[in-house]
Structures are given as C-alpha cells and as structure tokens.
Design a protein around this ligand. Structure first.
Ligand SMILES: Nc1ncnc2c1ncn2[C@@H]1O[C@H](COP(=O)(O)OP(=O)(O)OP(=O)(O)O)[C@@H](O)[C@H]1O
Ligand SMILES: O=P(O)(O)OC[C@H]1O[C@](O)(CO)[C@@H](O)[C@@H]1O
Ligand SMILES: [Mg+2]
Length: 531
C-alpha cells in the first residue's frame, strides 16, 4: 500500500466522505491497474501515461486532472469553509457540481461529436485540507509578464480570506530558489499593494530546474500546496515536479498558472498580461505613426515580443489601424523582388507618404541566419536566443532605399519590447489574474493536483499539464484572423498559392489526427477562431 509520507503526512482523523469513489477510477499507474470502469453512461480510464480520460455519450470526452484520491487512498475530507463565509453563504449554487465540465470546442455541428471537455474550475463542497494544515508556496519562473504580482496577491488573499490559510511562502527567484535561495513569508498585508507594480516581487529566473532537489525542498519544508506561475517551460517543469511528488506518494497539490506574454500556451483562450501587452504596444505604434507621418517618406518600425508566436504583433496591428505591414514568425517573408517587402514599402510610400511596420522579434530569423554568421546561442532554459530583427530590418531597408531605390526615407526604429512586459496589468488582466489565482486555490484545496488553471471558451477550467505542454499556440496564417489582418493592412501575404495549399495540408494533418479524439487541434486556436 502507498501511504502519504514526508512532512505533510497522511492524516486520517477526519471523515472520509468516499468522495468520487463512485465516479472516478482512482488508481494511479503506481497500482498498475488499468481496467476501465463503467459508471452510468461514462467510462473512465487511466491510460499508460496516467491520463484520466472519461468518455460519455455522443462522443463526449473529459480529459480530467489528477486528484489525491488517484494515488493516496482513504484521505479524510472536510466541509468547505466557504459554506459559512458571509460573502458566499447567500450565493446559490456557489459550489461547482462534480459533473460540470467545460467544452473545448465552442462551435458545434448538428451531428458532430460532443467533443473534448475539461473539468470546470471553482470551489467544491468538500476539501482535502484543514486550514491550519496547509503550507503553501508560490514561485514565478521565466520572463516577466504584466499581472504576475496580481496572481501572487490573489493566491495569498484567496488562501487567507476564503480558506483561513495562514502559512504561505514565496520562493525567491524561480525554480532554483527552492534549493538555493531564501523564502519570503507572504501575508495579505505584505502583498496588499503589489498588483500596482510591474514585475514579480518574488523575482524570476530561467534554468535551474532540478526536479529532485525541488521536491526534496518541498518535502523538507513541509509544503503541501505548490503554486507555479510561468510559461510553457515552467509548466513542463511543474509537470515533472507533480510526477515526482506522486511517485513519492506525497499529499502535495501542484497547481500551475499559465503565464506568457507571447500567448503561446495552447488550449486557453488567452494568457494573462496579453491584453495589457497589446495595449502597451499601441503606445509604441502611435509614436511610430506620429514620427512616420511627420517625416519625408517616413517609416516607423516597431519591434514587439513574440519568440515563436506573433499574437502581440497581430493584435496590436488589428487594434491600431495605423499599421501597414505586420511581420510574424509564422509567416515567412522576403525582401527583394515582386511582391517582396521592399516593393510594398516603395508602393506604400508613393501612395501614402509614410508607413508603419510592426515586427515580432521571432519573425524573419531564417533571413538573419543567412546574412549573419552567429552560433546558435541559448538562454539558461534552453530557449534559442534570437538575433535582433528590428535592427537588421532597419539596416536592410535603409540600404535598399539608399542604393537601389534611390529614395530619401526617414526610418525610425522603436523597440519597446521590455517596456511592454514590465508594466503592471490593466483592469481586464487584473480581473483575469484574480479569477485564475482563485481557481487554482479552489482546485488545490479540493485535492486536485497536476493541473493548470485556465480560461477555456470563457469558463475557468482545470487542464492537465500534458495538454498545456504538448504543443505551442501559434497564429495560423491560413485562418480567419490572419486573413482579417491582411485585408486591413493590405500587405502582401508573401505566400504563393502553392505555399497556401501546403500550409493548409500541414495544418489539416494534426486536425485530422485529433478529429478522432474530438477536434482538439483547431479549437486550441481560440484567438484565430473568433468569427
Ligand atoms: N523541459 C523542461 N523541463 C523542466 N523544466 C523546464 C523545461 N523547460 C523549462 N524549464 C524550466 O522552467 C523555467 C522557465 O522556463 P523558460 O525560461 O523557458 O520560461 P517559460 O516558463 O517558458 O516562460 P516564458 O517563455 O513565457 O518566458 C526555468 O527555470 C526552466 O529551467
Ligand atoms: O530577455 P529575456 O528575459 O530572456 O526574455 C525574452 C523572451 O521572453 C519572452 O517575453 C517570453 O518568452 C519572449 O517573447 C522573449 O524572447
Ligand atoms: Mg517559454
């Protein structure tokens, strides 16, 4: 038998409500039992990779998240203290029903399968922790993003005010802080004003993920709830931490909150801070437009973040209306020749006297590789370091107009990259961060673990780590949103008919594959799906 071990132990003094025992196949791969259980019209199974898949009628699939009861038997449960909370006691149906799930695909066909679902986030009637038993910690990893401090604040305040939890630690400086730095006690008083500041009060680092050292530290400190805020890399790291915790049989909840300014995390509608980033990018675009309009053949060139995904560039362009050309990593472009960028710039300057170009930092990297000899450098987390496309493109445009086109131009290059992510979150992101943090707290208190809290079709959900980490969210250039952008800027698509067909084929392949499992792929691209 597997017993909960380590500092948190497995306490048995409360009532065991036998929660979910009827519904869930509560066996982890540790027990080695994989027999599907038929429950009403649902069939629940855990496959070889410990995925919890529940199937139902008419092509219904639930990709569930792990729960303590999967690997620790007979844990006691307790009434949710929110039941007696003055703010919530009057709210009808405040608790989330066990059967509530959120559909991943908002668009349905009459005879199509019901498709993939995730567990709905929110408070449960029963919790798996008593308030004074909880010892939570929060860590932030990866690059900065507006809203990090709001998420930290709301985890602390949510634990304190909703669940009466008093012990919350901040881990200093990302994953490596678990084993090489000090911790910071966090109380509502300490975090009271932090949402008004950019950055993260906990500090953040790249690299340094050492699963066993991190889990040792969690165990040694007696931590039993771990809140991990970070991007795709961080969520991969979180999933290793969860697996190790499960392997050791610890009653420690691991909850991820997805953070990425690039909006490159799949499944979720958008990442927090993205709205703020787009808003902030507008300020740079406005400045570029003012400069361009005022000079002779003025060109404003703005470089924004977006390593592999051009969402900030695309949305900032669509929002601004002043942009004549948007270049993103997903859409290769070329400079010379018919329908190339130089030809378009010349035409636009002749027509309009000025133009604005927005470029995502990851765009055109293959062109830079051709013209610059440089070793492939990586950051501490293993992410490829990009060459400065803004600077490179500025030089190329200047050279072209001086030597070949023989036109006077006035190019102003604005690089607001770090300004965009260092600001505090705007009002809409602040609300979003609050709900993400509260969802994570409710999930951990209810005994869920190994999940990321995220917005799916406007509903807060618990998503298994593997779904978040298996691929990246990218702009699909054969989808409607990019077509809208092209029609608003009138820029060349830089694609031949052949490219479009090939791109569509590539795009369709994974969709066909996933179709059997409920059309997962395209519906990930919520940002491209708005009709
Ligand atoms: N494959 C992985 N396995 C384990 N840990 C990882 C992995 N990839 C990244 N990490 C760890 O996650 C942390 C953050 O990763 P990274 O620097 O890639 O940022 P991120 O979370 O992707 O955020 P962003 O890209 O938005 O800045 C680092 O400490 C890194 O060591
Ligand atoms: O310079 P840093 O801190 O490594 O961060 C840069 C990267 O972080 C991101 O903001 C998020 O991954 C990318 O857009 C960017 O390339
Ligand atoms: Mg990343």
């Amino acid at each position: 038998m597997i017993a909960a071990t380590g500092a948190t132990g497995c306490r048995n003094e409360g009532r065991n409500e036998g929660r979910f025992s009827a519904l869930w196949y509560r066996v982890s791969s540790l027990f080695g039992r994989k027999k599907p259980a038929k429950i009403g019209s649902y069939v629940s199974r855990m496959d070889s990779s410990s995925k919890k898949i529940v199937t139902g009628d008419a092509g219904y699939v639930l990709e569930d998240v792990p729960h303590f009861s999967d690997y620790i038997p007979d844990l006691p449960t307790y009434s949710n203290p929110l039941q007696d909370h003055p703010a919530y006691s009057v709210v009808k149906q405040y608790f989330v029903h066990d059967d509530d799930t959120v559909t991943q695909k908002a668009i349905a066909h009459k005879n199509g399968p019901r498709g993939l679902h995730f567990r709905r986030a929110g408070p449960r009637q029963k919790v798996y922790f008593e308030p004074d038993e909880v010892h939570a910690c929060i860590v932030t990893c990866g690059g900065l993003c507006p809203g990090l401090n709001t998420v930290i604040r709301e985890i602390v305040c949510g634990l304190y005010h909703m669940y009466g939890v008093k012990k919350v630690l901040g881990i200093d400086g990302g994953y490596k802080g678990f084993y090489s730095r000090n911790t910071v006690p966090l109380t509502p008083k300490v975090v009271n004003d932090i949402h008004k500041r950019g950055g993260t009060i906990l500090g953040t680092t790249r690299g340094g993920h050492d699963t066993s050292k991190i889990v040792d530290s969690i165990q040694d400190r007696g931590i039993n709830q771990v809140y991990i805020i970070g991007g795709d890399g961080t969520q991969k790291g979180a999933s290793f931490i969860f697996e190790e915790i499960k392997r050791r049989g610890l009653k420690v909840a691991v909850a991820g909150i997805p953070k990425t300014i690039d909006n490159d995390i799949p499944v979720i509608d958008r990442s927090f801070g993205f709205d703020t980033a787009v808003e902030e990018a507008q300020r740079a675009i406005n400045a570029a437009h003012v400069e361009a309009e005022s000079g002779e053949n003025g060109i404003g060139l703005v470089k924004v973040m977006g390593r592999y995904s051009g969402f900030i560039a695309m949305y900032a362009t669509l929002a601004s209306r002043d942009v004549d050309c948007c270049l993103i990593p997903e859409s290769p472009f070329y400079l010379e020749g018919p329908c190339g960028l130089f030809e378009y710039i010349e035409r636009r300057l002749k027509e309009n006297g000025h133009m604005v170009i927005v470029i995502a930092e990851g765009a055109g990297q293959e062109l830079l590789s051709e013209s610059m000899q440089s070793a492939d450098k990586k950051d501490a987390s293993g992410n490829k370091l990009l060459r400065d496309v803004g600077l490179w493109l500025s030089q190329k445009i200047k050279e072209h107009f001086a030597k070949k086109a023989k036109m006077i131009i006035n190019l102003k290059h604005i690089d607001p990259t770090y300004m965009i992510r260092a600001v505090p979150s705007n009002a809409s992101d602040n609300v979003y961060c609050t709900l993400l943090a509260q969802s994570a707290v409710h999930g951990a208190m209810a005994g869920y673990t190994g999940f990321t809290s995220g917005l799916v079709n406007g509903r807060h959900s618990y998503i298994p780590f593997y779904r978040i980490t298996e691929k990246q969210n990218n702009v699909v250039i054969t989808d409607r949103m990019w077509a809208r952008l092209l029609s608003s800027t009138n820029q060349p698509s830089f694609m031949s008919a052949k490219d479009v067909i090939e791109d569509k084929r590539e795009d369709e392949a994974p969709t066909r594959h996933f179709d059997n499992q409920c059309n997962l792929d395209k519906s990930n691209l919520v940002n491209n799906e708005i009709c």
